[in-house]
Design a protein around this ligand. Structure first.
Ligand code: NDP
Length: 251
């Protein structure tokens, strides 16, 4: 009984930004729970290499900032291969600069990649899910949705918006049988954080600041994702699940 609640056998999951880092680890976790996974990113060759690490994975390359491209990819896949039952909106980028010097084109790139993408791919998938009366959408936010840090104000703004768009999705779509929720990871060792991992002062600060006393590993986000993608979360709507080693629990 406990296992079947979390069983994703027969479900197809699209994970955006899954050629590396957290997205790839989420794809591996969902595949382990039985799902057929579709990896997404902009670089087809990188995706093909990543797919070798996930049993049975397919690839669906498109740019999540492009509304029409997302719609065409999702519609095309649904028509040719069948339903996308689970969507994980994971693609995201970071850019660090003092706010008073922050380049406006980078601000807009963050808005497009971190928040417009959640609307673009979420809407493309939800249109099909609503017709079927079921579906799971999981948006990857961050502890920075509620905690700012110097030099990342625009990223903080986009992640706050992800939490609120998740509430909006749940409010509009729960009645159609969709479960829309978010996961807010703490600091995880991935290429996105390469500059911080290489900075001894930041490392010291982070280890002291995190109750768990360490960086998180990408695989440690997968359990929350499997839960939110499964029947175990059938009455969980608009929630943000923090997976952060306790960072948001303490000062
Ligand atoms: P990475 O930089 O390691 O990976 C980002 C992925 O997104 C890559 O696969 C990249 O592939 C893809 N991507 C970027 N832009 C686009 C685009 N326009 N269209 C499609 N795919 C795109 O990031 P992480 O794994 O560290 O982060 C994943 C998510 O988790 C992000 O939303 C991030 O904000 C969030 N997060 C990360 C934390 C961390 O500590 N690492 C903490 C909290 C949240 P490609 O460039 O080839 O397209």
């Amino acid at each position: 009984m406990a296992t079947s609640l979390f069983d994703l056998t027969g479900r197809r999951a699209l994970i955006t930004g899954s050629s590396q880092g957290i997205g790839l680890a989420l794809a591996q976790g969902l595949a382990q729970a039985g799902a057929m996974v579709l990896l997404n990113g902009r670089d087809r060759e990188k995706l093909a290499r990543a797919a070798e690490a996930v049993p049975g994975a397919g690839i669906l390359p498109f740019d999540v900032t492009d509304h029409a491209a997302a719609r065409a990819a999702v519609d095309g896949h649904e028509e040719a291969h069948g339903p996308i039952d689970i969507l994980v909106n994971n693609a995201g980028v970071q850019h660090r600069a003092p706010l008073d010097e922050f380049p406006s084109d980078d601000f807009e790139r963050l808005l497009r990649t971190n928040i417009a993408s959640v609307f673009n791919v979420g809407q493309a998938c939800a249109r099909h899910m609503i017709g079927r009366g079921r579906g799971k959408i999981i948006n990857i936010a961050s502890v920075n949705a509620v905690l700012a840090r110097p030099s990342i104000a625009p990223y903080t703004a986009t992640k706050g918006a992800v939490v609120n768009l998740t509430k909006g999705m749940a409010t509009d779509w729960a009645r159609h049988g969709l479960n829309c929720n978010a996961i807010a990871p703490g600091y995880i060792e991935t290429p996105l954080n390469a500059a911080l991992i290489d900075d001894p002062a930041f490392n010291d600060w982070l280890i002291k600041r995190t109750p768990a006393g360490r960086w998180g590993h990408a695989e440690e986000i997968a359990g929350a994702c499997v839960f939110l993608a499964s029947e175990a979360a059938s009455f969980v709507n608009g929630h943000t699940l923090y997976v952060d080693g306790g960072v948001t629990a303490s000062l």
